[in-house]
Design a protein around this ligand. Structure first.
Ligand SMILES: Cc1cc2nc3c(=O)[nH]c(=O)nc-3n(C[C@H](O)[C@H](O)[C@H](O)COP(=O)(O)OP(=O)(O)OC[C@H]3O[C@@H](n4cnc5c(N)ncnc54)[C@H](O)[C@@H]3O)c2cc1C
Ligand code: SF4
Ligand code: SF4
Length: 426
């Protein structure tokens, strides 16, 4: 009794888990994926400092894995929550990994011999992975997972694995945890750009999303950090960003601002320019929202580097034999521009985690119309859900950048800790 369960191990959940455990309360960190880290592990650099994202995230992931007061449950999801604040019973379903977690050394010999290549979700589809794989090289825990759906049972990985860790059979397990309080940090999902078919995502290979670009621009990503046209493999001469794809759009029921996409586009425009100064970079926008510490200065820096900011949104993207074409009316001058970019980046908005409706039902908490978690007050309490003892942090509440996700993880940790301590002293 008196433990805390944190559900979702992105940066907000990791921060909450570390803060609670630092105060001597045991934490169970539940993560659906085979590794902790969330979206931050997919990013290249982070605005406005251009810190390498993994360089600041990875030490925290390692701290979590080494902390005696934190138990990580990967490939796991909450099935049921019973009880009330101080006395929750949380039933967790652990999906089969088809690997003996206690003996796998993470050497990767099995990955080398596996003949099957499939779509790589971690690389946002830009690269491929094997049927037995590690999500990325800095995964925590540092072990592999076998994707039974794509495995053809060739047997090579069983033969090559020294400790005999690969399992032919594995089954789902159920774990029941007692918890004084719960922190929900299940994060966000990016907008599926196919829902705006006028922009041709997955129709034109040179139209990519901002998350796909993050993987492309990342030195440890599938292109080794090379910005390239997926159609030809060549370096583009011009790149256009289209902002607010799946944000501030009443027609598709997403009226809110995703808050990070302007800064994300400015960041990636700067990174492109730093790597290849000859590439012409244009950002087509409605408004630039650079509201955080050092953000406006970052925007000014981008302008100083020759990045073009064009206030106007193209209605669609077309293609002819020479490539992509889009038309934009500059709302400041009323001039109409016809542009022929080599590469288009759709700055896709943030929505709630795909599983949020199901989670809200299991957790007995309320959601906003947008699908983000409803909290006690939009200004004065953005951490407590409407069910006592269940707190929420990070982008599960609303779109946020990393600094705000960390701050809200810390705030939720303090609330959950208070419940756990109250129980101990009762
Ligand atoms: C293209 C792009 C670029 C960005 N660049 C920057 C940047 O440079 N700087 C910056 O400050 N911000 C940036 N951001 C925003 C940044 O990604 C977020 O602020 C941050 O990652 C949010 O962390 P989180 O922990 O709230 O959510 P997430 O990172 O989404 O983590 C949520 C975790 O919960 C897990 N989960 C989900 N559902 C369940 C479930 N049912 N059960 C168990 N686990 C579950 C997920 O697998 C995931 O691990 C960018 C965003 C995008 C889209
Ligand atoms: S399953 Fe075996 S071969 Fe594969 S990483 Fe683990 S120890 Fe290495
Ligand atoms: S048995 Fe499956 S996972 Fe192992 S190498 Fe063959 S295809 Fe890959």
């Amino acid at each position: 009794m008196g433990d805390v369960v944190v559900v979702g191990a992105g940066i907000a959940g990791i921060q909450a888990a570390l803060d609670i455990a630092a105060h001597g309360i045991h934490v169970h960190l539940i993560e659906r994926e085979p590794t902790i880290g969330g979206h931050m592990a997919q990013l290249d650099k982070t605005f406005p400092t251009n810190d390498c994202s993994m360089c600041i995230l990875s030490p925290k992931m390692v701290d979590v894995s080494r902390h005696p007061g934190i138990t990580i449950h990967t490939c796991s999801e909450v099935e049921k929550i019973e009880g009330e604040v101080g006395h929750f019973r949380v039933t967790v379903k652990k999906h089969p990994r088809y690997i003996d977690e206690s003996t796998c050394t993470g050497c990767g010999d099995c990955i080398l011999v596996c003949p099957v290549e499939v779509y790589n979700r971690f690389d946002a589809g830009i690269g491929v992975r094997k049927a037995i794989y590690k999500p990325h090289s800095q995964a925590v825990p540092d072990i592999v997972v076998k994707d039974q759906e794509h495995c053809i049972e060739c047997g090579l990985c069983y033969d090559v694995c020294g400790p005999g860790s690969v399992k032919r059979e594995d089954k789902e397990q159920e774990i029941v945890l007692d918890a004084a309080s719960i922190v929900l940090t299940t994060g966000y999902s990016v907008f599926d750009a196919r829902k705006k078919p006028q922009f041709g995502h997955l129709l034109f290979s040179d139209v990519v999303t901002s998350l796909e670009l993050e993987r492309m621009i990342n030195a440890s990503g599938p292109t080794g950090g090379r910005i390239r046209r997926l159609s030809t493999g060549k370096t583009p001469e011009s790149v256009i960003f289209i902002q607010c794809v799946g944000s501030r759009d009443m027609k598709i029921g997403r009226p809110y601002c995703s808050s990070v996409c302007c800064m994300q586009a400015i960041k990636n425009a700067i990174l492109i320019k730093e790597k290849n100064p000859a590439i012409e970079v244009t950002i087509c926008y409605m408004d630039i929202r650079s509201y955080g510490k050092g953000y406006e200065e970052y925007y000014e820096r981008a302008k100083g580097m020759g990045i073009r900011f064009l206030r106007g949104m193209p209605s669609d993207i077309l293609a002819d034999k020479d490539g992509l074409i889009l038309q934009v009316e500059d709302s400041e001058t009323s001039e109409v521009h016809v542009l022929h970019p080599d590469l288009v980046v759709l700055s896709v908005g943030m929505g709630p985690a795909e599983s949020i409706t199901d989670l809200a039902r299991k957790f007995g908490i309320a959601l906003e119309e947008t699908g983000f978690v409803k909290t006690v007050h939009d200004a004065l309490d953005t951490t407590a859900t409407l069910r006592p003892g269940i707190y929420v942090a990070g982008t599960a509440v609303a779109p946020k950048d990393i600094p705000d996700s960390v701050a809200s993880g810390e705030s939720a940790a303090m609330r959950a800790y208070r419940d756990a301590v109250r129980l101990r002293s009762a």
